[in-house]
Design a protein around this ligand. Structure first.
Ligand code: PMP
Ligand code: GLN
Length: 385
């Protein structure tokens, strides 16, 4: 079927997300999928039993718009314990169907046409389209290759009277870099005495390595007053398909975002919120996540030692970036496709995380996989000359 009228695109130039493209290519070619970021192992059986329990008990109708209060309370308790930040569960904690929607709702609610949003690239692919849909204008700073650190002077130079938001992400997808306390202090200085709001994408908050501590914006009281913190249960509990996340923000910012959110999804799914309200009480489930993934990172890196790929540093998230300059000068999208089709390993070419497709000859590999998968993947990667 075809629509024969004039179809005005609000997202001209945007194609299908690379995550869908590479996952489909992986399936078609029976390749090992290290592309889209998701674990290939089971989530907790107890968590599933809890969801079951609440479904069977009849908790199958709409949850309250901002989320189940019991879950919001647990999130507030956890946030205070972890980051010494106090959020009122009634007015400052909101559950959403996934982190992506929380980011979208925040941008849609806070950006008016012509407002500028500072985005630091490479970045998660939803940021720019969300800004465009809101009529905002993205201004880009860059992480400094190859360490992927932020030069805050570059960010500062982009600030104008039109700047509405700055979006940051730590631990970082796709590079695995993490922001330090000093980064946060510099950001705090930039937004101090301005109307700028920070969206801090912290969905990998518990996946951080080598004894580093996650520096949430909410650890810095003056910065927290300017910030919306985004998190996702998908990353923390190996349940990306459940699409459940939340945001934390000062009361008046929350009020604005909820205004938009109530017409986007209204509420997130009920039985899983009940289950998570109980499961969140078990601190170890998330406190041990860093060590769990660090073991996978180390295992995978060890297997790849001596390969032609250059292993970039990875301090957090479940992504290992690898440089392939020594293998070919092919562009990264083509090389990622070739690897999927010929070598049966699907990855994400990192140029897709830049608005101008900057190609550093780097691929992103997801190591949230069981040991056997990582071994098979490494075996195939070691053979590439
Ligand atoms: N931000 C980043 C950086 C991510 O990698 C993801 C994972 N897709 C999300 C946000 C959103 O997570 P979800 O919508 O699956 O909860
Ligand atoms: N966060 C995951 C990734 O970066 C999945 C994103 C998605 O499928 N939208 O791979």
């Amino acid at each position: 079927m075809q629509f024969n009228g004039l179809l005005k695109s609000k997202l001209s130039g945007v194609g299908t997300s690379i995550f869908s493209v590479m996952s489909q290519l992986a399936t078609e070619n029976q390749a090992i999928n290290l592309a889209q970021g998701f674990p290939n192992f089971m989530c907790s059986k107890e968590l599933i039993s809890l969801v079951n329990k609440f479904m069977n008990k009849g908790f199958n109708q709409y949850a309250p718009m901002p989320g189940l209060l019991a879950l919001r309370e647990q999130i507030a308790i956890k946030t205070e314990k972890q980051y010494s930040a106090v959020y009122n569960p009634e007015t400052e904690v909101t559950i959403t169907p996934g982190g992506t929607l929380a980011i979208y709702a925040a941008i849609e609610a806070l950006v008016t046409p012509g407002d500028e949003v500072i985005i630091i690239e490479p970045c998660y692919d939803s940021y720019t389209p969300s800004v465009r849909l809101a009529g905002g204008v993205a201004k880009y700073a860059r992480l400094q290759y190859p360490k992927y650190t932020i030069d805050w002077n570059d960010v500062k130079k982009l600030v104008s009277f039109k700047t509405r938001l700055i979006i940051i992400n730590t631990p970082h997808n796709p590079t695995g870099s993490v922001l330090s306390a000093s980064d946060m202090q510099k950001l705090e200085k930039i937004v101090e005495n301005t109307d700028i709001i920070v969206i801090s994408d912290e969905v990998y908050e518990h996946i951080i390595f080598d004894g580093l501590e996650h520096q949430s914006v909410c650890r810095f009281p003056k910065l927290a007053e300017h910030s919306v913190v985004i998190s996702s249960f998908g990353k923390t509990y190996h349940t990306t398909g459940w699409k459940l996340g939340y945001f934390l923000a000062p009361e008046n910012i929350t009020r604005e975002i909820r205004k938009a959110y109530q017409f986007m999804a209204f509420a997130a799914n009920t039985p899983m919120q009940h289950a998570l309200a109980e499961f969140l009480k078990r601190e170890n489930e998330y406190l041990e996540l860093g060590a769990f993934y660090q073991e996978k990172r180390d295992f995978f890196r060890k297997l790849l030692k001596g390969s032609k790929f250059k292993l970039m540093s990875c301090s957090g998230s479940y992504f290992q970036s690898v440089g392939y300059e020594k293998i070919t000068d092919m562009n990264d999208v083509e090389f990622a496709k070739k690897l999927t089709i010929e070598n049966k390993i699907a990855s994400i070419p990192t140029s897709v995380f830049y608005h101008n497709n900057a190609d550093n000859k780097v691929l992103r590999l997801c190591f949230a996989k069981d040991q056997d998968t990582l071994e098979k993947a490494a075996e195939a990667l070691m053979k590439i000359e």
